[in-house]
Ligand binder design. Structure first.
Ligand code: APR
Length: 180
């Protein structure tokens, strides 16, 4: 299943896939970081759809995910997931981060999307240590695609070289059958 996953350096709003994952906040009303970039690139329809989701479902708790259209983005849909804020690791942050990836993959599979891109969820404003977050991301996605055979392609889109190096190391460890 390793060939299904790869890491690259770039702007997630510029890379065509079936579904782009956004690192959102529970309000779903946009923000800075990748959330701001995705809303900016998608255009105002994305916020309008998020408002509708909010009316129907309320806030999106950490670890959960919702799906909308993609506006002007090079994708069919956006999955908005909320990662945990890092509080030192004693408040189930690792479980919540894994759930954010898992629920995003569940939504992609349920909507029959074959390719998905993830940013490094929670490693910016939310302060999650990047190396541990990368390990959780790769391990969670690998477990899911190994068991479910979906999606066919998973892209970890890194916004800086140091984050990319962490993902490449995790993928190399996986290839060498080392435990993550
Ligand atoms: N493409 C890919 N990755 C990006 C982009 C982009 N255009 N912009 C930022 N990133 C990266 C950051 O460098 C970081 O590695 O996304 C990762 C996640 O950082 P944040 O966007 O800050 O997300 P997060 O740490 O999950 O915090 C979420 O920030 O923007 C607000 O509304 C958002 O309140 C929420 C919080």
């Amino acid at each position: 299943m390793l060939q299904r996953m790869c890491a690259c350096l770039g702007d997630i709003t510029q890379i065509p896939v079936d579904v782009i994952v956004n690192a959102a906040n529970p309000s779903l009303m946009g923000g800075g970081g990748v959330d701001g970039a995705i809303h900016q690139a998608a255009g105002p329809t994305l916020l309008a759809e998020c408002k509708l989701v909010r009316q129907q479902q309320g806030e999106c708790p950490p670890g959960h995910a919702v799906i909308t259209g993609a506006g002007n983005l090079p994708a069919k849909a956006v999955i908005h997931t909320v990662g945990p804020v890092w509080h030192g690791g004693e408040q189930h942050e690792a479980d919540l981060l894994a759930e954010a990836y898992h629920h995003s993959l569940e939504l992609a599979t349920a909507n029959d999307y074959h390719s998905i891109s993830f940013p490094a969820i929670s490693t910016g404003v939310y302060g999650y240590p990047s190396a541990e977050a990368a390990r959780i991301a790769v391990a969670t996605v690998n477990r899911y695609v190994t068991r479910r055979g979906h999606p066919e392609r998973v892209l970890f889109v890194c916004f800086d070289a140091s984050t990319l190096a962490l993902y490449q190391q995790c993928l190399a460890d996986l290839a060498a059958h080392k435990s993550l």
